[in-house]
Ligand binder design. Structure first.
Ligand code: BTN
Length: 306
């Protein structure tokens, strides 16, 4: 019985679902409970059953998709990490543009080995890419994805390299991007671009913020479709790094600010003055030295020390 496909945002009485699926009302009730246990946002009332408004269920998403990304689209309840599910699909030959989205993750991961908390009500997905760009362009991909997230969210800015942050009594994180790539003989076989956006605010860890705090009731299906469209646009822009970096700079919260970075164990402090073609950050130290930070953690320093 494919109850998930039979459910929509409209309340449907249990007996109608039972008749449509050719099962008993009790079987429908049991299947609904099972879906809820698996992490799907199924709601129940006197009027019957429905999916929470804005659920990125396949029918809703497919009807709204505007580009290539999101085809095929796999919608899941609870998984360890969408990166793991998509990796298996990539190994089996899934095409570029494949998306795996889960309602919850039990082992969501972030950059630098961190945990990505994934309570219900967020947007957690992985996108499969098979880039034909030279390997040197790969570091620009997370920046491009961050740009897409900032454009789609319509709020917040990018803390280098690709954290979507917003100021609300301190910097808070709205979303982030994780790139995992399979490289063979200097060629990218595939890249898994994992995107996490906080939407609902409930259950978020300290230091995080959800988009509903800015746009109450924002629909997750529409946000996903917008983001996939922006990802496709930013992915195409990899062919022109200069234009991509200019667009990125418009959304940056790091450029032209005082930053403190840690790079290969050494602290670097100064003003972030630019990005290079590899996506690295140039930091101008008080000594007049320019340092190139390619990885590591960057903190925005609020007060200019004298
Ligand atoms: C970060 O800011 O550290 C990156 C966070 C990336 C989280 C997303 S959620 C979907 C995908 N699956 C994961 O396990 N991680 C990414």
């Amino acid at each position: 019985m494919d109850l998930l496909a039979a459910l929509s945002e409209a309340w449907t009485p249990g007996p109608r679902l039972a008749a449509r699926l050719g099962v008993s009302r009790q079987a429908v009730a049991r299947a609904v409970r099972r879906l809820a246990r698996q992490g799907y946002p199924v709601e129940r009332s006197r009027r019957g059953y429905r999916l929470a408004p804005g659920t990125p269920a396949p029918a809703a998403v497919r009807a709204k998709l505007r580009g290539r990304f999101g085809r095929p689209y796999r919608y899941l309840g609870t998984v360890s990490s969408t990166q793991d599910v998509l990796r298996r699909m990539a190994e089996e030959g899934a095409p570029e543009g494949t998306v795996v989205l889960a309602e919850r993750q039990t082992a969501g991961r972030g950059r630098r080995g961190r945990v990505w908390a994934s309570p219900g009500g967020g947007l957690y997905f992985s996108l499969l890419l098979r880039p034909r760009e030279p390997l040197e362009r790969l570091p620009l991909l997370p920046l491009a994805a961050g740009l897409a997230a900032a454009r789609a969210a319509g709020v917040g800015g990018l803390k280098w390299p690709n954290d979507l942050v917003v100021w609300r009594e301190g910097w808070r994180k709205l979303g982030g991007v994780l790139l995992e790539a399979e490289i063979l003989a200097e060629e990218v076989t595939y890249a898994l671009l994992g995107v996490g956006l906080n939407v609902a605010e409930e259950g978020l860890p300290p230091g995080a913020a959800g988009l509903w705090g800015f746009f109450p009731g924002l629909r997750r299906d529409e946000l996903l479709v917008r983001l996939l469209y922006e990802l496709e646009r930013a992915y195409r822009a990899l062919a022109d790094p200069e234009a991509l970096l200019k667009a990125y700079a418009l959304h940056s919260t790091t450029l032209y600010r005082r930053v403190r970075a840690e790079w290969v164990g050494e602290p670097v402090e100064g003003v972030a003055v630019g990005l290079d073609e590899g996506g690295a950050l140039w930091v101008l130290e008080a000594s007049g030295h320019r340092r190139r930070v390619t990885t590591g953690e960057v903190h925005l320093v609020e007060k200019v020390r004298r």
